[in-house]
Write a protein that binds this ligand. Structure first.
Ligand SMILES: [Zn+2]
Length: 138
């Protein structure tokens, strides 16, 4: 080691990736889910990570609700499973349901075509076969 010639300038800052690596999330839908028994009657869907639980059977679930819940799936993808729940259940525990950040975003964009693809270009959702091509219908 040649101490006298040690560089005094800091090494160049490594460049940061522009976005996270692409990945595919295999979404799973659970219709007529008994999980909803534990939620108030007005709750018609609950998302936990890549699993979406619906109170009603497939034939009675609106595509709007599906799009709403798929935004939550992407939010989980962005913040991580525990990160999402931490924000939702703890950090924003004093906010009512409709004012939580994740709900504000989901309600605002649930009818917007292509929102998920623009907001999370690195996340690709793999939808269950029975719902493919159906979710964009209104
Ligand atoms: Zn929601």
């Amino acid at each position: 080691m040649r101490g006298k010639t040690k560089a005094k300038t800091r090494p160049a800052t490594p460049s940061l990736p522009l976005c996270r690596p692409s990945r595919t999330i295999a979404v799973r839908f659970h219709f007529s889910s008994p999980l909803l028994f534990f939620f108030p009657r007005w709750v018609s869907g609950v998302t936990l990570g890549r699993h979406v639980f619906f109170r009603r059977p497939l034939s009675q679930v609106s595509s709007r609700l599906v799009r709403h819940e798929l935004i939550h799936v992407c939010q989980y993808g962005q913040y991580g499973f525990y990160g999402f729940l931490w924000f939702y259940l703890w950090r924003e525990r004093k906010l009512s349901y409709r004012y939580k950040r994740f709900e504000l975003e989901a309600f605002e964009h649930q009818d917007e075509d292509g929102y998920r693809e623009r907001r999370w270009p690195h996340l690709r959702l793999e939808l269950p076969a029975e719902i493919k091509g159906w979710e964009l219908k209104t």
